[in-house]
Design a protein. Structure first.
Lengths: 291, 333
């Protein structure tokens, strides 16, 4: 029983990180129809921003903040203005190609200009075990869950209880009507990109102590974000959260009980089943299709 | 014939002559690369049919190349004659592609991309984990090169000419499909499925057909890939490979007949030309693709078309009932 609880806790920790990435992913999709194939790299890179800042002599907490700010500027503002804006009016496909190429670019840039080796990354708390009701949990997993919950709760509060957040939601739901109502749609889309970049940076800081910072980290993370977003519901931030958590738990349980070799297959099979029988995702609304 | 059309024929003739003459001046590795280009182009042609003409996005073409390659390697090593293995690879991928087409009937655009993406990863896991059949991560060694019509293709030069003949054959097949009623039906599907259906096009059948034919091109390419490279392993057919093929088609120009030729050439040969930059060639390649997509989102051939229209058509003639563009895959709204 306690081993199940342990698996559940570490699954929740992984899932919470997936959820952060998937929420950003689905936010981008909702407001600007951007399928970001570089989302995994968006999580891989901020860890290196932090490492560079630390190499310049900054203490970890400051470096982490610097990393988040730089991520917001580069992966948020710069990404939107340089890559997404010129391409969006040509449809989804050129942007898909551009983000695939961008992911390759980021991976290679980190490899060539920082290091091809996995880098140790400071963790938020000292790694020790905490015993609750006879079950041993790692402090790191619990911290990850706590931070992710706080971030997601803050985001949820922002989106549904502030004026700005509601304007952003309106933009996501119907840009034309939002524009008629006087919402500066362009700026709202920019904020979405900023939020996505910050979510990715937070996920990066949470996951790097566990997996080490390495240039190839993005591959699996990006895939996890897609799967989580689609499972939960592409057009709902709540859905992406659920999808992420579900995926993390499922992944850990499958590795332990089904087959370590085929653990990667289970989420994908789930993905196919969900797409075929409930394309809008578990929590999603049915999207109106033009045809 | 109009001037641009004559120019295009002249360019094609020069290109064919250059391809035939290339082995005289290139070293063995260069010939090998050109053979790889011919094989990859066949796979990209198939994806262009599915994606560029029929408008169904697929991230599974690399998996089909893998299926074809493994089928060929396993059956020829077991003693099956190569031509039969070749046809078998095509038939197998046609059947699997037909089945993968069923999700395309239910979901479109990005969802279809995710289904095919999942398929690619599942195929990779099968190839890696079913060791009794595929030898797992160690891959399959010593794949023999076939003897075609009494000519042994053991040397790179002879295999290159074999691959080139195959490329010509598949180019012809593609051209024939596209000008047949099937090809017209594919384009009609891409442009407006509802209208196509109301005009009597069997949407269901043609969607499956587009998937199956495109996938079988991948399978045939795989059947050529295995004896060319002579060593296959699951890692070669990961998602990255499918993404690369997608990149080739879109960089070349989706929905343009010549697109895959250029796309595959850039993807395979550019790294070689950039070799002097040492470790940075992938970085430069990726940056170039991003820049190309920013300035020329319809790909290289799409860029040519725009250039041609600027040079040879003084005033754009556009009938009001015909919207502009429409050669590349339609965006999903």
């Amino acid at each position: 029983m306690s081993s199940v609880l342990q698996l559940l806790a570490s699954g929740l920790a992984t899932g919470a990180i997936y959820a952060l990435i998937a929420v950003g992913f689905s936010l981008l999709w909702q407001t600007s129809q951007t399928i970001n194939f570089a989302q995994g790299e968006f999580v891989m890179v901020p860890a290196f921003f932090v490492l560079v800042a630390m190499n310049l002599g900054l203490p970890f907490p400051v470096a982490a903040l610097v990393g988040i700010v730089v991520a917001a500027l580069v992966l948020g503002v710069l990404f939107k203005h340089v890559i997404v804006d010129p391409m969006l009016r040509h449809g989804v496909l050129p942007l898909v190609v551009a983000t695939i190429a961008l992911s390759l670019f980021m991976r290679e840039a980190v490899k060539d200009f920082y290091s091809a080796q996995a880098q140790p990354f400071p963790s938020l708390v000292a790694d020790r075990d905490i015993t609750i009701f006879g079950t041993v949990f790692s402090a790191q997993s619990l911290t990850v869950i706590a931070v992710a919950v706080v971030v997601v709760a803050a985001l949820h509060g922002f989106l549904s209880h502030t004026r700005l957040g509601r304007m952003m939601q309106a933009t996501a739901q119907n840009p034309s009507v939002a524009r008629i109502l006087g919402i500066p749609v362009e700026r709202m889309i920019l904020y979405t990109f900023l939020i996505n970049a910050v979510l990715c940076a937070v996920a990066s800081i949470l996951i790097s102590p566990i997996y080490l910072a390495k240039f190839t980290n993005g591959e699996t993370l990006g895939l996890a974000a897609f799967v989580a977003a689609v499972i939960g519901g592409f057009n709902q931030a709540r859905g992406a959260m659920l999808g992420g958590v579900l995926l993390g738990v499922l992944d850990n349980l499958c590795a332990a009980y089904v087959s370590a070799q085929y653990r990667a297959a289970v989420p994908l099979l789930l993905l196919v089943v969900i797409i075929l029988f409930r394309p809008q995702g578990i929590l999603g609304r049915a999207e109106e299709r033009t045809v | 014939m109009s001037t641009p059309r004559i120019l295009a024929w002249v360019a094609a003739a020069i290109a064919v002559a250059a391809l035939l003459y290339a082995p005289m001046v290139l070293r063995s590795y260069g010939v090998y690369l050109l053979a790889l280009w011919a094989v990859t182009t066949i796979a990209a042609l198939g994806l262009n049919l599915t994606l560029g003409y029929a408008g169904q996005i697929s991230l599974a073409q690399g998996a089909f190349v893998g299926l074809g390659a493994y089928f060929t390697a396993l059956t020829t090593n077991a003693g099956l004659p190569y031509p039969l293995a070749f046809l078998g690879a095509g038939a197998l991928t046609f059947a699997v592609g037909w089945c993968l087409g069923y999700p395309a009937l239910r979901v479109q655009h990005h969802f279809l991309a995710f289904v095919t993406l999942a398929f690619t990863t599942l195929v990779f896991l099968l190839l890696r984990n079913e060791q009794w059949l595929t030898n797992g991560i160690y891959g399959i060694n010593d794949i023999r090169r076939p003897t075609i019509l009494g000519v042994a293709t053991g040397r790179n030069v002879s295999f290159y000419y074999f691959a080139l003949v195959m490329l010509a054959l598949f180019t012809f097949v593609q051209w024939w499909i596209l000008r047949s009623p099937w090809g017209r039906a594919f384009v009609a599907l891409r442009e407006n499925p509802l209208r196509a259906a109301s005009l009597g096009v069997d949407v269901r059948r043609y969607t499956l057909m587009a998937f199956a034919i495109g996938s079988s091109f991948g399978g045939f390419a795989g059947a050529l890939y295995a004896p060319l490279v002579q060593f296959i392993e699951p890692n070669s057919f990961q998602l990255t490979y499918s993404l690369k093929l997608l990149l080739m088609v879109l960089v070349g120009g989706a929905g343009h007949f010549m697109g895959p030729f250029f796309g595959a050439m850039i993807d395979l040969l550019l790294p070689e030309w950039l070799r002097f930059t040492q470790g940075y060639y992938l970085l430069i390649y990726a940056a170039m693709v991003v820049v190309l997509m920013i300035f020329c989102p319809k790909g290289i051939v799409g860029g040519f078309v725009i250039l041609r229209d600027r040079l040879f058509k003084p005033a754009p003639v556009r009938r009001p009932d015909q919207p502009a563009g429409g050669t590349a895959a339609k965006p999903s709204a």
